[in-house]
Design a protein around this ligand. Structure first.
Ligand SMILES: [Zn+2]
Length: 217
């Protein structure tokens, strides 16, 4: 299936330059696994970026960056994931996961609300990737939510709609903090999405607050 919705040029550029944080970068790479158009754009950005990098003076780390490095080291002890690498298993619809996720591991899917399950995704070398798989049942609504950062989502199977359109397998959605939306999965089947956040998700309503409590766990 051909994607209709793609990462912005800015996101592709940040991914190519290595300035996008790990989780969102993995979501972008998983999209480019199947999107030739974005794969070509990214390759161009990488070629230009490589040339530019040679001309840029290295800058010293400031204190905040140093603290961030320490936090990353602190968080590098990841709870072991018991499942197989995604390269060895299939999605619930029987199709393989994107190549970029072949070495990622997921934990058990946890129930987060009616028809909604979530699993953390662990990627070696990126302990703070803040990456998750979300499995939402047919015709189910995600809680109404906004973000304090940018939410990056790749539809892996199934489809959903929100106020801004309809999204099918392969589609990439990036929403900034100004957007509040309530995705509703199409009635013909469950939807599996890979999502990463830069920042936190703010869920609204009672179920939202309940789920938020779980998502912190
Ligand atoms: Zn694309």
């Amino acid at each position: 299936m051909t994607a209709v919705h793609h990462p912005s040029d800015e996101t592709l550029l940040r991914c190519a330059a290595g300035s996008l944080s790990a989780g969102p970068a993995i979501v972008v790479r998983a999209h480019t696994d199947t999107c030739q158009q974005c794969r070509r754009t990214m390759a161009r950005f990488e070629a230009v970026g490589g040339a530019l990098l040679k001309e840029i003076e290295p800058t010293p780390l400031n204190d905040a960056a140093f603290d961030d490095v320490l936090l990353k080291i602190d968080a590098s002890v990841v709870r072991p994931m018991t499942t197989k690498p995604l390269g060895d298993v299939s999605m619930p619809n029987g199709n393989p996961y994107p190549r970029s996720l072949a070495h990622a591991r997921i934990g058990k899917f946890r129930w987060l609300g009616p028809g909604f399950r979530r699993s953390n995704v662990a990627v070696a070398g990126h302990p703070r990737a803040n990456l998750m798989l979300m499995h939402i049942g047919a015709a189910r609504k995600m809680p109404d939510h906004g973000h304090t950062g940018v939410e990056y989502t790749l539809v892996l199977s199934g489809s959903f709609s929100d106020q801004s359109g309809r999204y099918v397998a392969g589609d990439f959605i990036e929403l900034d903090s100004s957007v509040e939306h309530q995705p509703i999965v199409d009635p013909d089947g469950a939807c599996l999405c890979l999502a990463a956040l830069e920042g936190d998700m703010r869920l609204k309503g009672v179920i939202g607050r309940f789920m938020q409590w779980f998502m912190r766990a």
